[in-house]
Design a protein around this ligand. Structure first.
Ligand code: NAP
Length: 265
């Protein structure tokens, strides 16, 4: 039996186990997906321990995505993002990937969003970094707006075709944008939005990384003006799909994984 899993702290409410185990069942794989909650300073040693124990693959979430870089060989994209969310133990040393980036692109493509023109990425934390690199690598011009403006400037210096801004630039940026991504935690568990509704327009595609609630205020406001909306469950789904495909070399049963996720939300 292959063992896959997730390290994070906390992980008890993770939706990854049912999503991945639904896929194993559909693919006929003899595998389990388990969660581990190491101490906050033990991310790299947890990866080393998992390798010793013969774990086949690990996902990595907050607060370990940067720390585990010390225990893996990151691929080019994960090295540029500076964060790993997927570890493959079939190589020595283990390889670190960032499938949040692929998850972003696949979530948008799934909704027929053309990744051309200008993207506004709100947020410059872990999710913002992955989203900004993903969209820039697709050829988009990326405007990064963050509450702490220095963080936006720092990220923009690393990302091709990117510029950093404070949130007060959103009135100039959003009306001219093709794609808008909320990569802040604003809206998580609360009916608030990081982007004033009157800036949204019908030619936008809006992805909200927040997935609890599934329909955030930002997505409701976007739908009301006729924008294309993509909820954060799609991003969560496709980062998992990309991880599973890395680990198994098989095409993931996307619909079954999507159903397993959404029935728990
Ligand atoms: P993070 O590294 O802690 O970054 C948090 C970001 O939110 C920063 O840009 C921060 O701005 C901003 N922020 C927090 N409170 C704010 C406020 N009151 N007003 C304006 N900006 C605020 O977290 P993360 O890992 O990037 O995650 C961000 C969100 O994305 C979370 O809700 C997470 O669940 C979600 N996420 C979803 C997926 C998915 O697959 N759907 C994947 C990854 C993350 P400052 O820099 O100014 O602090």
């Amino acid at each position: 039996m292959d063992v896959f899993g997730l390290i994070g702290n906390p992980v008890e409410h993770s939706l990854s186990p049912p999503m991945h185990e639904a896929a194993y069942e559909a693919l006929g794989l003899d595998a389990r997906y388990v969660t581990f909650e190491p101490d906050a300073d033990a991310g790299a040693s947890a990866v080393a321990a998992a390798e010793t124990l013969g774990v086949a693959g690990l996902n990595v979430t907050i607060p370990f995505k940067q720390d585990v870089l010390a225990a893996v060989e990151p691929d080019d994209l994960a090295a540029r993002i500076g964060a790993v969310n997927t570890v493959d133990f079939s190589t020595t040393p283990p390889t670190g990937y960032n499938t949040d980036a692929a998850g972003t692109v696949r979530a948008l493509r799934r909704h027929d969003v053309v990744l051309d023109g200008t993207a506004v990425v709100v947020g410059a934390g872990g999710a913002g970094r992955a989203v900004a690199f993903a969209l820039a690598d697709e050829g988009m011009t990326v405007e990064i707006a963050n509450r702490t403006v220095e963080r936006a400037h720092d990220l923009a210096a690393d990302v091709p075709r990117a510029t950093g801004h404070g949130l007060d630039d959103l009135p100039d940026l959003v009306p001219a944008a093709d794609v808008l991504v909320n990569a802040t935690s604003v809206g998580m568990g609360e009916d608030i939005t990081p982007v004033p509704a009157d800036l949204l327009h019908g030619d936008l595609a809006v992805l909200d990384a927040v997935y609890d609630p599934v329909e955030t205020r930002l997505l409701r406001d976007a739908a009301a003006v006729g924008a294309t909306t993509v909820d954060g469950v799609w991003m969560l789904l496709f980062q998992g799909v990309a991880a599973l495909e890395r680990w198994t070399g098989r095409d993931a049963p996307v619909e079954i994984m999507n159903e397993a996720l959404r029935e728990r939300l």
